[in-house]
Design a protein around this ligand. Sequence first.
Ligand code: FAD
Length: 451
Amino acid sequence: MTGFDTIVIGAGMSGVTCARMLADAGQRVLVLEARDRVGGRMHTDRAAGFPVDLGASWIHGIDGSPLWDLVQALGIPTLEYTVGSFQVGGRPIEDFDGDGRRMDEAETARWIADVDAADALLLAEIEASAPGDTYLDVTERALDRSGLDAERIDDIREFFRHRVEEQCGAWIGDLDAHGLDEDAIDGDEVIFPRGYDELPRRISTGLDIRLGHVVTAVTREADGVTVSTDRGDFAAAQVVVTVPLGVLKSGALSFSPALPDAIAGPIERLGMGVFNKVFVQFPERFWSEESYVLRALGETGEHWHSWYDVSAISGLPTLLTFAAGPFGRRMQELSDAEIVADAVAPLHRMYPGAVGEPVAHWVTRWGADPFSVGSYSHLALGSTHHDHDALAGPVDGVLHFAGEATWGDEPATVGAAFYSGHRAAERILGAPVDLAAFAAGVTAREQTPGR
Ligand SMILES: Cc1cc2nc3c(=O)[nH]c(=O)nc-3n(C[C@H](O)[C@H](O)[C@H](O)COP(=O)(O)OP(=O)(O)OC[C@H]3O[C@@H](n4cnc5c(N)ncnc54)[C@H](O)[C@@H]3O)c2cc1C
């Protein structure tokens, strides 16, 4: 068996970042990836001749973001799109009431003010919450104190539920009261007109990545680690496991000796949510040129409530909507045709007679994906922020974990994956890795044939 310095399991953003940093430092590194592609939950479908991001799309806030610095250093183009975090204001949004009627300017302003006021009360309730309180508990207390009439409270209650579903992929009653603490957005948000997977793909250039290798077991021995796959065993001094939390929870990877409680506890306590995307392309645009988002409240928006205009990517009239949380799990059982028909139904109420027959669609089922088993991690009731970072290990100084679920500052993001890969590399090398030098190295390698 060939010995490597480090084996990295998983070629998503955290895995390729860590592997690249270790290889740059002179290590012999092997990356084992179950899929037939690099990028993991950054997955761009280009079959139609333009990019469709089936996984991550946004950088949620570029101010002070080392991820943004990397994107800039690699010269990757972006488009400003500052409504990716379920805001009510900020950029033009077409809001519709429960009857599917377009709200006028005054109604929209009142709606935004209602949510802002409820959010301020909610912050105080979160602050005052006790262990064991769910996000549902604190939102209900905030709504009780709002003094608004029942109908306005119902709309905000629904909005809070949908926000938790979109941000965490979870039901509001399963999320800890502190589950959205890390949700602050600093600066603009951006999307990627060439497809977001360009980033991990470019970082991975020149790495020894074995695609189609499904890891089944990680065994720690006196002199290192053996990683077993469906195509044989590989040995190394250290290993970095970057498979998603959903895969760890499923037990698809066995660890010998068994993982200590310090790692097994967070795996059990943290939640893995479901957040799926449905892109629908229409023959003609039926919404305003200025709108970033169409959003329905009340009965009209009970299930499908927000449609994001992503036409700028393909040049064709395209809306992106989401199915998340328990609703997202139910939707995964249906056929594409059923899902698209269901998602478009509220649009017919909102734009009577104007919605043409869809000409193309893309539907994801991340919860049913064996190499993801969900979309991203969240603070399920019973877990704490500390669980995220505790999950990184290391165990016995040789078994490290990285990936979005291991980064407590902003889990569930590409940034978290990037920073956690960086942290694992620094821990293995026992030395700092400069991010500007890392970015310069990626660019230099692309200009050197054969590397
Ligand atoms: C629909 C969706 C939308 C999202 N939107 C955004 C967004 O707009 N902005 C944002 O910042 N984040 C977003 N995210 C989250 C973001 O995509 C992830 O946080 C990030 O890509 C995770 O990177 P990672 O390296 O931790 O994991 P992954 O990218 O999942 O990489 C792990 C790798 O491990 C591999 N693997 C799994 N099991 C095995 C095995 N047994 N053997 C070998 N390899 C295995 C997987 O195939 C995968 O390639 C979104 C996620 C989803 C699903």
